[in-house]
Design a protein around this ligand. Structure first.
Ligand code: NAD
Ligand code: MN
Length: 358
C-alpha cells in the first residue's frame, strides 16, 4: 500500500471549509482506488494565530512541513490584518522557503459551467499557465525612504536571474511536451522592460530551441490578454513572469466561469521539498461560515496533488467525478447559480466517485 503524507492547512475564511471538504473527497478517492492511503495532519496556522502570537506560522514552521509529501492549502487573508502580512508570512514564506518555483494553473471550462465568453469560444479554452514563482516582480527586494515627505520614494525591484528564467522555461517546455498540442507561448513585456525581460526572451529562445517538436511563439502581455478573450483556441501552454502570469491566470479563471473552481500547484520540480496545492480563490469573508463555499476548486486542487504524488489514475477519476456533478447541473453552489451547500456538493462528488462508470 502506498502512503502519502499530507499537511492540510485551511488558513483563513472559507479556506478551512473547502480544505475539510477536500480531505473528505481525498479519503473517498483513496478508498475507491485501493492502492494508497493518506496520512493527513491538520495545521491551524493563519490569521487567528497571528492575532494570538504575532506570527502567521510558528518560527520552525518550514521545518515542521519539510517531510510531508505535499501541502494542501486553503487561503489566507483577514479583514483586520494587512494583506501583505498574511500573504508574505504564510503563503509566500512557504512558496519561497521551499523554492516552489513553478506555479501551474490549468484552465478549462468544466461541463455545465457557463463562462462569460460566447459558448463556442469558451469551450475551446484548454490552457496551462506556468508562472515563475520565486523571483521577478515579487522578489521582495525594494524599499521606502523619506516617508511622508514630498521626496518619498517606494521601490519594488523586479529581479530576474538567468538561472531562474532558465529553469521555469525548461519546466514549461517539458510540461507543454506532455500535452497533445505541444505548444508554448512565451509572454513578456520586453519592448518596455528592456533589461530583465530582454534577457528573459533570450534565455527562453535558447531553452525552447532544445525542444524541436515544440511549437513556440512569443507575445507581449498586453496583447496576450486580448488573445485570451478573442482567440482562446490558439493558446495551449503559457510561460510568464511572476506578475504577468499572476494577472493572466486570474483572467483565465474568470473566463472559465468562477473563482470558486480554479486550482493551482506551487511546485518544486526537484522534489527535494514538498509542493503546495491550493484553490485559486481567497478567504472570501463575505461567505465565510455560511456553508456555501464552492468546494470544486479544492477538489480540482486535490486532483492536481494526486497527479503530483504519482496517482494519475486517481487524479483523473476525481476530475471525472467533479465533471459528472457539474454536467448534471443540479448540485451547484450559489456562485455557479445553484442552491447547494458545500456539504451537498461534497456528498455528490463522493457519490459520483463510487459510481461504477467512473
Ligand atoms: P476572494 O477570492 O476571497 O473572493 C472574491 C469573490 O469570490 C467573493 O465574492 C467570494 O465570495 C467569491 N468566492 C471566492 N471563492 C469562492 C468559493 N470557493 N465559493 C464561492 N464563492 C467564492 O478574493 P478577495 O475578496 O479579493 O480577497 C479576500 C481575501 O483573500 C483578501 O484578504 C485577499 O488578500 C485574500 N486572497 C488570498 C488568496 C490566497 O490565499 N491564495 C488569493 C486571493 C485573495
Ligand atoms: Mn493572484
Amino acid at each position: 500500500m502506498r502512503r502519502h503524507r499530507i499537511a492540510a492547512m485551511g488558513g483563513d475564511g472559507i479556506g478551512p471549509e473547502v480544505i475539510a471538504a477536500g480531505c473528505r473527497v481525498l479519503d473517498a478517492v483513496a478508498e475507491a482506488d485501493g492502492g494508497f492511503t493518506f496520512t493527513t495532519e491538520t495545521f491551524d496556522w493563519g490569521s487567528a494565530m497571528y492575532r494570538a502570537t504575532g506570527r502567521m506560522m510558528p518560527a520552525d514552521g518550514l521545518d515542521r512541513l519539510k517531510d510531508f509529501d505535499a501541502i494542501f492549502f486553503g487561503a489566507v487573508g483577514a479583514p483586520d490584518i494587512p494583506d501583505h502580512i498574511t500573504l508574505w508570512e504564510l503563503r509566500l514564506a512557504i512558496c519561497q522557503g521551499f523554492d516552489q518555483y513553478a506555479n501551474v494553473r490549468p484552465t478549462r471550462l468544466l461541463p455545465g459551467v457557463v463562462g462569460p465568453l460566447r459558448e463556442d469560444l469558451g469551450r475551446r479554452i484548454d490552457w496551462v499557465i506556468v508562472r515563475e514563482n520565486s523571483e521577478g516582480e515579487y522578489s521582495g527586494v525594494g524599499g521606502r525612504a523619506h516617508r511622508g515627505l514630498p521626496i518619498e520614494v517606494g521601490m519594488d525591484v523586479a529581479v530576474f536571474t538567468r538561472a531562474g528564467v532558465e529553469r521555469i522555461c525548461r519546466y514549461a517546455c517539458e510540461l507543454a511536451m506532455t500535452r497533445p498540442r505541444k505548444k508554448l507561448t512565451v509572454v513578456t513585456k520586453s519592448n518596455a522592460q528592456r533589461h530583465g525581460l530582454v534577457m528573459w526572451d533570450e534565455v527562453c529562445a535558447e531553452v525552447t530551441a532544445q525542444f524541436p517538436e515544440l511549437t513556440v511563439d512569443k507575445m507581449l502581455v498586453d496583447a496576450m490578454t486580448a488573445r485570451m478573450v478573442m482567440k482562446p483556441e490558439t493558446i495551449d501552454t503559457v510561460v510568464a513572469t511572476n506578475l504577468h502570469a499572476d494577472i493572466l491566470s486570474d483572467l483565465a479563471s474568470a473566463l472559465a466561469g468562477s473563482l470558486g473552481i480554479g486550482a493551482t500547484g506551487n511546485i518544486d520540480p526537484t522534489r527535494k521539498r514538498p509542493s503546495m496545492f491550493e484553490p485559486i480563490h481567497g478567504s472570501a469573508f463575505d461567505i465565510t461560515g455560511k456553508g456555501i463555499a464552492n468546494p470544486l476548486g479544492s477538489f480540482w486542487t486535490a486532483s492536481m496533488m494526486l497527479e503530483h504524488l504519482g496517482e494519475g489514475d486517481a487524479a483523473r477519476r476525481l476530475m471525472r467525478a467533479v465533471e459528472a456533478v457539474t454536467a448534471r447541473g443540479e448540485v451547484l453552489t450559489p456562485d455557479l447559480g445553484g442552491r447547494a451547500t458545500t456539504a451537498e456538493v461534497t456528498d455528490a462528488v463522493i457519490a459520483a466517485l463510487k459510481g461504477a462508470n467512473l
